[in-house]
Design a protein around this ligand. Sequence first.
Ligand code: THU
Length: 135
Amino acid sequence: MDAQLDALLDAARRARAQAYAPYSRYQVGAAILAEDGRIFQGANMENSAYPTCLCAEHNALGTAVSSGARRFRAVAVVTELDAHGRPGSPCGQCRQALSEFGLDWVVLLAGPSGPPVRTTLRELLPHAFSGEQLG
Ligand code: THU
């Protein structure tokens, strides 16, 4: 894995420490690598009105786009491992949100330590809906 992706994974692990998840207790950290090298972090933020909860990936993307970034290379997502030792994977809404900026994202999924599972957004979101369909 290249140095930028190593740094991205570290950033997602640090972001996870900021998760506000008093209801699910499932803490998620995300970090997004822009083409210009900038890294944007996000953590999940829950609310007593459950549908108001915000995912880590969506928060990181909002920060990135609000900072002017539009072209991205990769996203790293860090969660607890499940009973089978697998890290979490972005929810459908987050996959769709990321896809607004293309499908050529490298996606790293990891637990609190250890190497990530590496995939792509194209693999996570086949037959994606895109703005092109709007005509
Ligand atoms: N969550 C994320 O932050 N990202 C995902 O892709 C899946 C779920 C959060 C939302 C909620 O705070 C907690 O994980 C449990 O669903």
